[in-house]
Write a protein that binds this ligand. Structure first.
Ligand SMILES: NC(=O)c1ccc[n+]([C@@H]2O[C@H](COP(=O)([O-])OP(=O)(O)OC[C@H]3O[C@@H](n4cnc5c(N)ncnc54)[C@H](O)[C@@H]3O)[C@@H](O)[C@H]2O)c1
Length: 256
C-alpha cells in the first residue's frame, strides 16, 4: 500500500518507536494520528508535526476510550488505512526476588493488558473501519504493523510478563493476517532488539553498555529511524503478510 495519501494511526505515537514512525510516514506523505495516554508527549509531538498530525488521547486498556479514539482518529484524518501498534510497557521483576517477595500478579495482568489485549483491541476497532475502504489494485484496504520484541523468543530474567505479552503479539500476528485477509487487511509484526528510546533511556549507563554488547553487527543500539524504515516497508510491500520480522542486528538474548 502506498504511504502517500494514506491515513495512519500510531499507538504509543508520543514517544520512541511510535514517534519515529509518525515522523517518517508524515514525511512520506501520509496523514497521521497519534494515540497515546493523556499525560504522554503525544499532544506536544502532534503540535510540532503540524496540521497533518493529530493527537487522540486514550489508554489502550480502556475499551470505551479505544473505540472513540480510533473513530476520532479516522474522522480527524478523513480515513484509516494503516495501524502501527507501538504502545507498550516493559516493567521487569523476578518471579521470586531475593527478599522472598513474589511477582505481583496485578503487574503481570497490567503488562498483558497493555501490550497484548490493548494491541488486539485497537486492531479490531481499526480493522472494522479499514474493511470499508475501497481496495487498491492488490485488493488491499488496510495494513497493520504490530510491535513485539526479541523478548518474545529469548526473554531474560525478570521478563516473564513482558515476554508472555510480546510472545502473544508475535503469535497472534499470523491468525490476525488469516482472519483479516477477507477484509483486504495485511498484518505483520516487528520484533525489535535493543532500541535507543525513552523505554531504555532511564537505565543506568552500565546496563545500557551491556545491552549494546547484545547486538552483533552493527554494534550500536537500534534507532527509531531503523524501526520506522521497516514499518514503512511493511506498509508498502503487499507480499509480506503474517510475518514476524526481527530487527536486532543478529542479537540473541542470554538469560541476563
Ligand atoms: N526500546 C526498545 O528497546 C524496545 C525493544 C523491543 C520492543 N519494544 C517495544 O516497542 C514499543 C515502543 O516502545 P518504545 O521503546 O518506543 O517505548 P516508549 O516508552 O518510548 O513509548 C511507548 C509509548 O507507549 C505509550 N503507552 C504506554 N502505555 C500506554 C497505554 N496504556 N495506552 C496508550 N499508550 C500507552 C507511552 O505513553 C509511550 O508514549 C513497545 O511496545 C515496546 O515494548 C521496544
Amino acid at each position: 500500500m502506498q504511504v502517500r495519501g494514506a491515513c495512519a494511526l500510531i499507538t504509543g505515537g508520543g514517544s520512541g518507536l511510535g514517534e519515529g514512525t509518525a515522523r517518517r510516514l508524515l514525511s512520506a506523505g501520509a496523514k497521521v494520528a497519534l494515540l497515546d495516554l493523556p499525560q504522554s508527549r503525544g499532544d506536544a509531538v502532534a503540535e510540532e508535526l503540524g496540521v497533518d498530525c493529530h493527537f487522540v488521547a486514550a489508554d489502550v486498556t480502556d475499551e470505551a476510550q479505544v473505540e472513540s479514539a480510533v473513530e476520532g482518529a479516522a474522522a480527524a484524518m478523513g480515513g484509516l488505512h494503516v495501524l502501527v501498534n507501538a504502545a507498550g510497557i516493559a516493567p521487569a521483576s523476578r518471579v521470586v526476588n531475593r527478599a522472598g517477595e513474589v511477582f505481583p500478579l496485578d503487574l503481570f495482568r497490567v503488562v498483558l493488558d497493555v501490550n497484548l489485549v490493548g494491541t488486539f483491541d485497537v486492531t479490531r476497532r481499526a480493522a472494522r473501519i479499514m474493511g470499508g475502504n475501497d481496495p487498491n489494485d492488490d485488493g488491499e484496504k488496510g495494513v497493520v504493523v504490530n510491535v513485539a520484541s526479541i523478548a518474545a523468543f529469548e526473554g531474560q530474567i525478570g521478563q516473564a510478563a513482558y515476554s508472555a505479552s510480546k510472545g502473544g503479539v508475535a503469535a497472534m500476528t499470523l491468525p490476525l493476517a488469516r482472519d483479516l485477509a477477507s477484509l483486504g487487511i495485511r498484518v505483520n509484526c516487528i520484533a525489535p532488539g535493543i532500541m535507543d528510546t525513552p523505554m531504555i533511556g532511564g537505565m543506568p549507563e552500565a546496563v545500557r553498555e551491556s545491552l549494546l554488547e547484545v547486538h552483533v553487527f552493527p554494534k550500536r543500539l537500534g534507532k527509531a529511524s531503523d524501526f520506522a524504515a521497516l514499518a514503512q516497508h511493511l506498509v508498502e510491500n503487499a507480499l509480506i503478510n503474517g510475518a514476524v520480522v526481527r530487527l536486532d542486528a543478529a542479537a540473541r538474548m542470554g538469560p541476563r
